[in-house]
Ligand binder design. Structure first.
Ligand code: LLP
Length: 420
């Protein structure tokens, strides 16, 4: 459910015509709906109401500071994977006591930063990392709060690139070795073991993998408890899918209905790390049709957004619905919607049946709020697009369009190359 709807053949973001935003802010343009963001965040909060929980929004899905602020103001925390995300989350006003830090490659600098700012916990992914955190914490004369990320060996039945909880993946600690790891962790002087973490993948459209993974983790928690290890925080990760096309994924309420009974009587705080299911359908990418071109075998609609702006179609073959910003009475065509990047892999849609568009008309790439802007790049020296948040009739720039100057901001010409 989202608030990008047609009114009289014209696509609106809440109460604002998308064409108006495109005219004012230019294209390509990311547009987010405040009401949708909040609704999706609250859907989690309400569903798990009654069991102590923290919703740590996965900042990697969309790390815009305004979006993080919105969730922070509503009691949310953040799941981070880098010093940059920690910096952004803190600037956005996320309480460090609601920040969890995952990722297989944390550097000493990042570990120090997280210890200094007193985050809730590190989700540790290997023995080497555990020892490194212990060392850094020791030097800082402090104790690092830690959860071990367990790889439960569950198939989330999603795209192989975004599945993470199988034995063959680089993430987490094999579940059969977990007890041994916890033993090691408990012996380390500057580590305080407080939690357990798992995350099995993304865009998961069934409840079963979540249930199966949780059951495995609960068995482990009981074994740990028998050995005197008390787990205060149970972090079940993110991964709930959204509808890009015709998927019918469960909603947070379905998750709660299936997961909460398993937690009954257990005194823990539940942590969730949803990303896509909160922001995915709350954002669109607006693009302008530059040219139409009849190729040898097919029709191309060339638009001003490329794989550098939205990488998912090129990277995963992901499907994003593409809608006209103004509906016209036109026949359907079969076309590839492609960007201006010099790569054959630069497309937003392939062999898509869609209403014919004309030069200069706007298109909306739907469900682009998650892993859209956050995965964008400057490839082909293209300034990154602007981002706008709409709330009712109001709209506000939450990231300026980059300029050519921004592209060169960090670059230097060495003296030995002389003048031009
Ligand atoms: N927690 C951890 C530890 C994660 O690695 C991820 C996502 C999440 C939470 C949030 O998962 P979500 O609720 O968004 O599914 N770029 C890919 C998705 C990569 C997901 C990486 N990890 C895409 O565009 O589909």
């Amino acid at each position: 459910m989202h608030f990008f709807k047609y009114k009289n053949s014209e696509l609106f973001a809440e109460d604002v015509p998308v064409s108006k935003l495109a005219e004012k802010y230019g294209t390509p343009l990311y547009v987010y709906s405040h009401k949708t963001l909040l609704r999706h965040f609250k859907a989690y909060d309400d569903a798990f109401n009654g069991y102590p929980h923290i919703i740590c929004f996965a900042a990697k899905a969309n790390s815009n500071i305004a979006i993080l602020r919105l969730f922070a103001k509503n009691g949310g925390g953040a799941d981070i994977v880098s010093g940059g995300e920690l910096f952004t989350a803190l600037k956005a006003g996320v309480s460090p006591k609601k920040i969890v830090y995952a990722g297989v490659g944390k550097t000493d600098d990042e570990i120090r930063f997280a210890l200094r700012t007193k985050i809730l916990m590190f989700n540790v992914e290997s023995e080497d990392e555990l020892k490194e955190i212990n060392k850094v914490a020791g030097k800082m004369k402090t104790k690092a709060p830690v959860a071990l990320r367990i790889n439960p060996d569950i198939d989330p039945e999603t795209h192989p690139y975004i599945s993470t909880g199988l034995k063959k993946h680089k993430f987490g600690i094999p579940i059969e070795d977990a007890i041994e790891y916890y033993r090691t962790a408990s012996r380390l002087k500057n580590i305080s073991v407080i939690g357990i973490h798992k995350h099995i993948g993304s865009q998961i459209t069934k409840v079963t993998p979540f249930v199966d993974a949780l059951k495995r983790v609960l068995v482990l928690i009981d074994r740990l408890s028998a050995q005197g290890v008390n787990i205060k925080y149970l972090d079940i990760g993110g991964g709930l899918g959204i509808s890009y096309k015709d998927e019918e994924p469960p909603v947070p309420r379905d998750m709660a209905k299936n997961l909460l009974p398993l937690l009954r009587g257990r005194k823990m705080t539940l942590i969730m790390e949803p990303g896509r299911s909160i922001v995915g359908n709350a954002g669109i990418l607006v693009t302008k049709t530059l040219y139409l071109k009849q190729g040898f075998e097919k029709e191309f609609i060339i638009v001003d957004a490329g794989m550098n702006d939205l990488m998912r179609p090129s990277l995963y073959g992901a499907y994003h619905q593409i809608l006209p910003v103004k509906k016209q009475k036109r026949a359907d065509t079969f076309a590839d919607v492609v960007g201006p990047i010099c790569e054959s892999g630069d497309f937003l849609a392939k062999e898509r049946e869609m209403p014919m568009v004309k030069q200069g008309e706007y298109l909306a790439v739907m469900s682009a709020g998650a892993y859209g802007f956050s995965m964008s790049s400057n490839y082909n020296s293209r300034p990154k697009p602007a981002e706008v948040m709409v709330k009712g009739k109001e709209h506000c720039l939450i990231r300026e369009r980059e300029t050519y100057k921004d592209l060169l901001k960090a670059e230097r010409i060495p003296d030995f190359l002389g003048n031009a």
